[in-house]
Design a protein around this ligand. Structure first.
Ligand code: NCD
Ligand code: ZN
Length: 407
């Protein structure tokens, strides 16, 4: 058996040797005589899981493809991504799903699950869960009168349903020139209304619901323990008053809110009351972001979220337990992934962090930019995917095809 030894966080920081067999953690002991990799001052942590990425394959490969997206994830310490179905074509049939699997399986550098949109014949596919939009931003849109049927059908599969909960009837479909106008056209009420509607319909159905990218503390409170939800780092760190190179770099859905709403969300994040942190990695080219009105919504993030969190952790701005809950334990638990903890039986997905190696965010995505560029961060030094090293001394050494699909 191969061992990785060093100081690891297992509820506290202690020296351990992690024995790995068939990609899984087989044993955790204090010392070992067997062949082992010994780390010094670094800390070994479970690698992160990102339950919300848009790797753009098929149809948007010029912005990102499954190789570049999953490589960026790996370098940022994320060894498992769940990829959204708003592709071209949208993943709304079993044929589209299976075609996508064929394309991405040779390219994935980390483990992945694929969401499917909801139409009749997708109930057969090997998706990790379903995704729907209450906003008519793309073909995966669900009309309000269909929410009930959708929840009932998804409930039968036993799989989770991730919901983009901005309510279309509330969105003002008009041209906007800046972040303030974009934020007003898709106001707070649209998110509140969407979440309330789903919660009340689902009360008697009990489908397994995850609300994506919650931007408001009051929405988080409304959801309480009734469903899972995620928030993004961009809604925690940026507001519509933030300044970007091009204003549309901050154009995203749901919109960046006002500074006060951002502060309120940040407060519950610090307090450990956000179950899941998801990047909503939505890469678009800088070229497409120059003109605000025509710019598509979305910004990259899978390549920056964990490195920035690790820096916050180093500065004592968040607790280790809070971080692990948000990016490891809760995502694993809700989506049923055998990852997210240094425990016997779990996949040996590990990151090794040198907390003295402060760095700054560089874009790792094919789209070539990051709204976080230049921010202080700590990248993982080494990353292991099921026991295999895929990042060595900050350098990606994995290959497309190493990632396995999780169903
Ligand atoms: C996402 C995208 O670009 O695919 N954009 C975004 O602003 N978040 C779609 C989505 O999640 O709404
Ligand atoms: Zn969304």
């Amino acid at each position: 058996m191969e061992f990785i030894c060093g100081r690891a966080y297992t509820g506290r920081i202690e020296h351990v040797c992690i024995g790995i067999e068939d990609g899984k953690i087989a044993e955790i002991r204090k010392t070992t005589e067997s062949s082992s990799k010994e780390y010094g001052s670094e800390i070994i942590l479970p690698a992160a899981i990102d339950v919300h990425v848009h790797f753009r394959e098929p149809g948007g490969e010029y912005k990102e493809d499954f190789f570049t997206g999953s490589r960026a994830a790996a370098m940022a310490g994320v060894t498992c991504v769940l990829d959204m179905p708003n592709n071209r074509p949208a993943i709304l049939s079993s044929d589209a799903f299976n075609e996508k699997v064929k394309k991405v399986e040779r390219k994935a550098c980390v483990d992945y699950g694929l969401y499917a949109g909801v139409r009749k014949d997708v109930y057969e596919v090997k998706c990790i869960g379903y995704k729907t939009f209450l906003s008519a931003d793309n073909e995966i849109f669900c009309q309000p009168q269909n929410i009930e049927t959708l929840l009932i059908e998804v409930k039968k599969t036993g799989k989770p349903l991730a919901i983009h909960a901005e309510m279309e009837e509330c969105i003002e479909r008009r041209k906007t020139q800046n972040l303030r106008e974009h934020g007003m056209a898709r106001g707070k009420d649209c998110e509140i209304m969407g979440v309330e509607r789903v919660l009340s319909i689902n009360e008697k159905i009990g489908a397994k619901v995850h609300f994506c990218h919650v931007t408001l503390a009051e929405v988080a409170e409304k959801i309480g323990g009734k469903a899972s939800f995620g928030s993004t780092l961009h809604h925690l760190l940026f507001s519509r008053e933030s300044r970007f190179g091009y204003e549309a770099m901050g154009k995203v859905n749901p919109p960046l809110r006002g500074e006060r709403e951002r502060e309120n969300l940040y407060r519950i994040f610090e307090g450990g009351r956000i179950p899941i942190l998801e990047s909503d990695h939505a890469p678009h080219l800088m070229e497409e972001k120059k003109d605000f009105e025509s710019a598509p919504s979305g910004m990259p993030g899978v390549d920056a979220t964990l490195p920035i969190l690790l820096h916050m952790l180093m500065e004592g701005r968040i607790e280790m337990e809070t971080m692990l809950d948000m990016v490891c334990r809760n995502p694993a638990k809700f989506f049923g992934l055998n990852k997210g903890a240094i425990e016997v039986g779990k996949d040996a997905d590990l990151i090794v962090v040198d907390f003295s190696a402060e760095s700054t965010i560089k874009p790792l995505s094919k789209c070539g930019w990051s709204p976080y560029e230049g921010m202080k961060c700590i990248y993982p030094k080494d990353v292991y995917l099921r026991g295999e090293k895929i990042v060595d001394n900050y350098e990606f050494i994995g290959e497309g095809g190493m990632g396995r699909m999780i169903t």
